[in-house]
Design a protein around this ligand. Structure first.
Ligand SMILES: [Ca+2]
Ligand SMILES: [Ca+2]
Length: 214
């Protein structure tokens, strides 16, 4: 009896799943192949993280159209923030859950790359292949971790004082002397843009969810 019920349940679930996926056009997908994964992986990339990557780009016929290693040393590697459309959709989708030191091959259909128009030397409707090596992961400017770091009194909102302290720290970290007038102006500017409900604080929501499309 139990078995019958179970199998009935499973087959209806299957039907449900088919119904849910049927009727819609299959969404364009990135083909991801992990070419190398380091033995130790303390942290995996997620939306909002900043990633430093080396990348080689190939057309379908195998010709290289870009290589970040063309430049001397590691200087050609690029930083970008994952998941905020700073890069093509295929990268945002295909570089999640990646370890530092990991190497992936992404095959990206035009819909998730440069589409019908193409761009620069990328012709319209190009499927692109990228070999991407992730060199480093850092907390993105909009990450949960950054917010907690800035929120000195843990009340889940940022006061002008907290933002100013953070700016001072960031300036020092990058080797610039603190500049009170400049910090005041920056704080005023930040609050004008970010404090959407004008209550004098930047809430974690105001801070994090700038990008509705995520
Ligand atoms: Ca606070
Ligand atoms: Ca606010």
């Amino acid at each position: 009896m139990l078995l019958t019920v179970l199998s009935w349940f499973c087959s209806s679930l299957l039907l449900l799943l088919q119904a849910a996926s049927g009727g819609k056009l299959p969404e364009a997908e990135v083909k991801v192949e992990v070419m190398h994964r380091p033995f130790l992986c303390h942290r995996k990339s997620k939306y909002g993280d900043m990633l430093l990557v080396h990348h080689d780009g190939y057309f379908e016929n195998g010709t290289v159209f870009h290589s970040s290693r063309d430049q001397a040393g590691d200087s050609g590697a690029v930083w970008f923030t994952l998941g905020i459309k700073e890069v093509i959709k295929g990268w945002d989708k295909g570089l999640q859950g990646m370890c530092s030191g990991e190497k992936r091959k992404l095959v990206i259909p035009p819909a998730l790359a440069y589409g019908k128009e193409g761009k620069g030397k990328i012709p319209p409707e190009s499927t692109l292949t990228f070999i991407i090596e992730l060199l480093e992961i850092r907390n993105g400017p909009r990450s949960h971790e950054s917010f907690q770091e800035m929120d000195l009194n843990d009340d889940w909102k940022l006061s002008k004082h907290e933002v100013k302290e953070y700016l001072k720290k960031e300036f020092e970290r990058h080797g610039y002397p603190p500049n009170d007038t400049l910090h005041e102006n920056m704080v005023a500017d930040i609050f004008a843009k970010e404090d959407e409900n004008k209550d004098g604080f930047i809430s974690s929501r105001e801070f994090t969810y700038k990008h509705d499309e995520l």
